[in-house]
Design a protein around this ligand. Structure first.
Ligand SMILES: [Zn+2]
Length: 212
């Protein structure tokens, strides 16, 4: 299997040509495609800064969504734009500072949105190198159930469900973790977690002090 990283995730980016010499043209193509998909004809989408650990919004309670309106479509638009720009294959609303129960994803099979998603079934086990856009540049071999099935709603409030093995199962679990304040580091062993948190604190301190 081709080796690729899951960092909320990077895998699908190549599909859209990010990072290629013609990336600019491709970005326009993506914007046009997403506007057609999400029926937002005039507003240009916005790329938001991705919130990084230990930003408290990543740990906050998220609000269940009960209004399926234009603002929700805009939020989904912005999440897609930010995710493709990162690039990643999944992004949850708290990662751009919005404490709402919504995520977007594209594992290379087309973009999808889940509103108020819940994992309703898991099975098997799969170990995979996993990272997170909110914990940048770090990857760990993490075991989780291989298969996951999630139910939720689309942007019109229709009941939907997504399921899959391996990368699809991983994205569903990872993104839905974000909607209950969960981060990939909680999936590590105690010793790994301790080391990861120490490294992350050091990285944050270096960043604040402007150290390389
Ligand atoms: Zn993540």
């Amino acid at each position: 299997m081709e080796r690729y990283f899951f960092r909320c995730c990077r895998f699908a980016a190549g599909r859209w040509g990010h990072g290629s010499a013609d990336g600019l043209a491709d970005s326009d193509g993506i914007a046009q495609y997403l506007r057609s998909l999400l029926a937002v004809p005039s507003r240009s989408m916005a790329i938001f800064p991705i919130r990084i650990y230990p930003d408290p919004v990543l740990r906050s309670e998220v609000e269940k969504i009960d209004v399926f309106d234009e603002d929700l479509r805009r939020l989904a638009d912005d999440l897609f734009e930010t995710m493709y720009d990162a690039p990643g294959v999944g992004l949850a609303a708290p990662q751009i500072g919005i404490a709402k129960r919504l995520f977007v994803a594209d594992i290379g099979e087309g973009p999808f949105v889940m509103v108020n998603p819940e994992i309703v079934e898991t099975s098997g086990e799969w170990t995979f190198e996993e990272g997170c856009l909110s914990v940048p540049d770090r990857f760990w071999e993490i075991s989780r159930p291989s298969f996951a099935r999630a139910t939720g709603f689309d942007l019109d409030g229709n009941a939907i469900e997504y399921s899959g093995d391996e990368l699809m199962g991983r994205v569903l679990q990872h993104e839905i973790d974000h909607l209950s304040g969960g981060l990939v580091i909680e999936r590590l062993s105690k010793a790994e977690r301790k080391q990861a948190i120490a490294e992350l604190r050091e990285a944050v301190a270096d960043d604040r002090l402007g150290r390389p």
